[in-house]
Design a binder for this molecule. Structure first.
Ligand SMILES: Cc1cc2nc3c(=O)[nH]c(=O)nc-3n(C[C@H](O)[C@H](O)[C@H](O)COP(=O)(O)OP(=O)(O)OC[C@H]3O[C@@H](n4cnc5c(N)ncnc54)[C@H](O)[C@@H]3O)c2cc1C
Length: 476
């Protein structure tokens, strides 16, 4: 880097500091630490500063200055992403642009069933605002108390409500985006129909901050459920779970709003490591389904429908035992058990993770084949295969054998990923169902995607961000 380039950089950083003022600028090492702590501990990010603009105008001014000086920008939401997408590289010359001060709910329109929010609003706050207006914002995931709507859209987050309401992409009607040259694209339309050329918002959704910075969004709302029935159902195997899912959809008039698969060893891990978890059934079973049925109107006898579904399933040997939550508190406890499987793996030791998807009907085959391959490659490692079976999305994780060395175990991550992803690819599945690519899967994406698809992605990146300043080195 020449002295002239150094001067340009220093002057741009000073002007950025002026734009955002003291509340918007952090460069002291101890205050930087939380922004540089990556959730899974896979990376050790470094950045020149964290910049915290308070408005779209400030975001645009910061991006313009970065573009002029060629400074890389890493957008940051709630920092709960699982692929290192918000982790700047260790050279430390990029800035983090945190959206946390863009945290206003700009409008809620119950008649149009829409809410307009800034990117830094936390997902749980969007849900609460919708609830207060007797509406439902259905995106729901374990990190909802920390992740931000801009991060959810940028990763096209999934979660537990996808099978009924779709993923983040399906819930967005319009976006406001700051482009890599600092221009603002105001696409905040609240329309259900708009066929006026390319639908540009879809470029930015799921782009993980590589094409621009989402600053606000118009999101779809739905009628709030008036009846919810939650059941924990013991099943003999994943084949029974998939058959039960089909039965539940037909038998309930498509009222299934969540359908999660859990293995017994995942439940055991949760019971051992997460305080407050309770085993609700008397006898252990090999697999469980956590099913939720919901209706936007009262008095449609949803509980009776669920009981009839379970009765039929018992007769067909699809179900071994079941408990229907008798109260909201009990339903919460069942959901807590499901979420605790994630936390328990963190506490229990090292794990090798996969976030994969295949067509729903092929989930049992995926679990069978991947388990056999994992057992052959790594005898003694426990497979915990769980997740959103109703979407065909399984988190297929291997936990280190109790006596194994954690470092030696994780050193084999790429080898095991390769093995599992080969099986997924042979089933025309996805190697990243809902978490994204970030840093973690960038190199693998480069050889798993077809040359045509990869070239298209690179061309889009080149057109929108020719200088490569937006989230450098991520995704493509
Ligand atoms: C306990 C737990 C459970 C989880 N469960 C699920 C789940 O069920 N389903 C699921 O899909 N994910 C899940 N995740 C992953 C994660 O919560 C989601 O990916 C979430 O959408 C990330 O949001 P965030 O605000 O934390 O984004 P960050 O982690 O801050 O950022 C994620 C990516 O988006 C970019 N970005 C962030 N904000 C913006 C913006 N405004 N404009 C442009 N780019 C931006 C970042 O640069 C980065 O590339 C889980 C994570 C945890 C820790």
């Amino acid at each position: 880097m020449t002295t002239a380039e150094d001067d340009t950089r220093a002057s741009a950083l000073a002007r950025i500091r002026d734009v955002v003022g003291p509340p918007g600028w952090i460069d002291e090492p101890d205050r930087l630490t939380p922004y540089l702590t990556e959730w899974r501990g896979l990376y050790h990010p470094k950045a020149t500063a964290v910049v915290r603009p308070a408005s779209t105008v400030e975001v645009a001014a910061v991006v313009r200055l970065c573009a002029e000086a060629g400074i890389g920008i890493v957008p940051l939401g709630g920092n709960t992403g699982l692929c290192g997408g918000a982790a700047p590289y260790e050279h430390g010359r990029d800035i983090i642009l945190a959206l946390e001060r863009l945290n206003r709910i700009r409008a809620i329109d119950p008649l149009n069933y829409t809410i307009t929010v800034e990117a830094g609003v936390i997902l749980a706050q969007v849900q609460q605002a919708a609830d207060a207006a007797d509406r439902l914002f259905p995106l729901s995931l374990g990190a909802e108390g920390s992740c931000q709507i801009g991060g959810n859209l940028s990763t096209n987050a999934g979660g537990t409500g996808v099978l009924r309401y779709g993923n983040a992409r399906d819930l967005a009607l319009g976006l406001e985006v700051v482009l890599p040259d600092g221009q603002v694209w105001d696409g905040l339309r609240a329309l259900r129909k708009d066929n006026t050329g390319y639908d540009l918002k879809h470029l930015f959704i799921g782009a993980e901050g590589t094409l621009g910075i989402i600053t606000a969004a118009v999101l779809k709302l739905f009628p709030r459920p008036k009846q919810v029935e939650t059941a924990l159902i013991a099943v003999p195997d994943p084949d029974a779970a998939v058959a039960l899912f089909a039965l539940a959809r037909t038998g309930s008039g498509d009222a299934v709003s969540a359908f999660e698969l859990m293995p017994r060893n995942g439940i055991d891990l949760a019971l051992a490591h997460v305080p407050g978890t309770v085993d609700p059934l008397a006898e252990p079973a090999p697999w469980y389904v956590l099913a939720e049925l919901s209706e936007p109107v009262a008095d449609t006898h949803l509980k009776e429908k669920l009981e009839a579904i379970l009765e039929q399933a018992f007769e067909r040997d699809l179900v071994q035992d079941a408990v229907i939550a008798a109260s909201v508190a009990q339903a919460r406890q069942l959901w807590f058990l499901r979420e605790a499987i994630v936390e328990a793996q963190r506490v229990a030791g090292a794990s090798i993770k996969h976030d994969v998807a295949v067509p729903v009907a092929r989930v049992p085959e995926l679990i069978r084949r991947a388990t056999e391959a994992a057992a052959a490659a790594m005898p003694g490692a426990a497979v915990i295969a769980f997740g959103h079976v109703g979407d065909g999305n399984i988190h297929f994780n291997l936990c280190q054998p109790p006596d194994a060395d954690a470092a030696a175990f994780t050193a084999r991550t790429h080898e095991i990923n390769h093995l599992v992803h080969d099986i997924v690819t042979s089933m025309t599945g996805s190697i990243s169902a809902e978490h994204g690519i970030g840093r973690l899967k960038r190199d693998e994406l480069a050889w798993r995607k077809s040359p045509v698809e990869l070239e298209l992605m690179r061309k889009v990146k080149g057109v929108l961000d020719p200088a490569g300043i937006m989230n450098p080195g991520k995704v493509v």
